[in-house]
Design a binder for this molecule. Structure first.
Ligand SMILES: NC(=O)c1ccc[n+]([C@@H]2O[C@H](COP(=O)([O-])OP(=O)(O)OC[C@H]3O[C@@H](n4cnc5c(N)ncnc54)[C@H](O)[C@@H]3O)[C@@H](O)[C@H]2O)c1
Ligand SMILES: [Zn+2]
Ligand SMILES: [Zn+2]
Length: 372
């Protein structure tokens, strides 16, 4: 099959046609990818900030059609339209038993380049392919969907109505689950809350939408990009800040009076996590959504945090449980309360994957969707 392949940092992705895909195995399905978004986490993989081995197929924000069921799968049918989760829950581990599937340890995780049994179901012939030898190919960020097909645990493929366009629904897979989920699940934003969102990419804009759905009164967005600040206003921000011109913490204090109820880092920067701790009120919450390089540490004044009862929490894919949250998000889109269409500012064939990554790095548009 065709796929976009990351091999080493600094080298553009290669679009190749000779990937062998095996399966589905027990409990898995094979899905033909209709569309897959381009997320900053993919860019971080390609730039080496999220260290993964090559050759890897990136892409983790996808939707498609089920084309084959593995043994034991009775929850889906061939022909079902599905949104894919890069973090499917196993349903059996201690976290799943506790009703906390977003940190499931028994299944593949978004950080793993292979299935829990060590296989990837993906390979590529060595050299010309003569002699029958093949090299393993890894699954990027829990999925590997910049490809014509993926193998995925059935629990990670959530059926959606067939009249929802797949090249729109795909952004639910990462950006929208992550952002709306961070606001609604992780932070439990309340009606009347004041929130600060630092970073207005696909993730930050989805946080803005989630906060608006939850009834936030003030949604303050900081982003150095003027076009991203304009987009934020269109998606529900009430105030925008250029952090290169204005002190974000000071301006947030002016707007909110005592500080924000919730501040989100939607960039991936320890400095912004520290700023968030200053920008929230006593008992306020800082949500770490952005994914900085693994070596970054933030500094927390323990005594001050203790006295002010501030909370610092991580949020992986919006603390979502895909089988519960994907249908809810589709429903919000169908009822006109969640705008997915305007988040997608470009569609490109897989062969233009490098141009799509260049656009993301430069902040052109918002979300590009690759159509294999
Ligand atoms: N927690 C999760 O499960 C999860 C899921 C997906 C993505 N992510 C991470 O979320 C982050 C955002 O992803 P994205 O796809 O929206 O990226 P993006 O590149 O589309 O957007 C990032 C935005 O941050 C802005 N920015 C840069 N520096 C800033 C600063 N100092 N203050 C305010 N804004 C600033 C940029 O101008 C840009 O608009 C990335 O780190 C990504 O890896 C996390
Ligand atoms: Zn992502
Ligand atoms: Zn589990």
């Amino acid at each position: 099959m065709r796929a976009a392949l990351f091999t080493e940092v600094g080298r553009p992705l290669d679009v190749v046609d000779d990937i062998d895909i095996q399966g589905p195995g027990v409990g898995q399905v094979r899905v033909r990818i209709a569309a897959c978004g381009v997320c900053h986490s993919d860019l971080s993989l390609v730039q080496g900030h999220i260290p993964l081995p090559g050759p890897t197929i990136p892409g983790h924000e996808a939707a498609g059609e089920v084309v084959e069921l593995g043994p034991g799968v009775d929850s889906l049918a061939v022909g079902d339209h599905v949104v894919l989760s890069p973090n499917p829950a196993c349903g059996r581990c201690e976290y799943c038993r506790r009703g906390e599937p977003s940190v499931c340890t028994g299944s593949i995780s978004i950080a793993m380049p292979m299935f829990p049994d060590g296989t990837t179901h993906l390979s590529r012939p060595v050299g010309s392919g003569a002699g029958g030898r093949s090299d393993v190919v890894y699954r990027g960020l829990g999925l590997g969907a910049w490809a014509e097909e993926v193998i995925i645990a059935a629990s990670g493929a959530v059926a959606i109505p067939v009249d929802v366009p797949l090249d729109v629904a795909c952004v639910i897979g990462c950006a929208v689950q992550t952002g709306v989920g961070a606001a609604i699940n992780t932070a439990a934003v309340q009606p009347g809350d004041h929130v600060l969102v630092m970073g207005a990419g696909g993730i930050g804009i989805s946080i803005v939408q989630g906060a608006a759905i939850a009834g936030a009164a003030r949604i303050v967005v900081s982003d150095p990009s003027g076009s991203r600040r304009e987009l934020a206003m269109r998606f529900g921000a009430t105030d925008v800040i250029d952090p290169d011109e204005t002190d974000v913490v000071g301006r947030t204090m002016e707007i909110t009076g005592i500080g924000a109820d919730v501040a989100f880092d939607a960039v991936g920067s320890a400095t912004l996590v520290e700023a968030g701790l200053q920008a929230v009120r006593s008992r306020g919450t800082v949500v770490m959504v952005g994914a900085p390089p693994p070596e970054q540490d933030a500094s927390v004044n323990v005594a001050l945090t203790m006295f002010t009862e501030k909370r610092l929490v991580g949020s992986l894919l919006g603390s979502c449980h895909a089988p519960r949250d994907v249908p809810r998000l589709v429903d919000l889109w169908q009822s006109g309360r969640l705008d997915l269409d305007a988040m997608i500012t470009a569609r490109r064939p897989l062969t233009e994957v490098n141009e799509a990554l260049d656009d993301l790095a430069a902040g052109r548009g918002l979300r590009t969707v690759l159509v294999p």
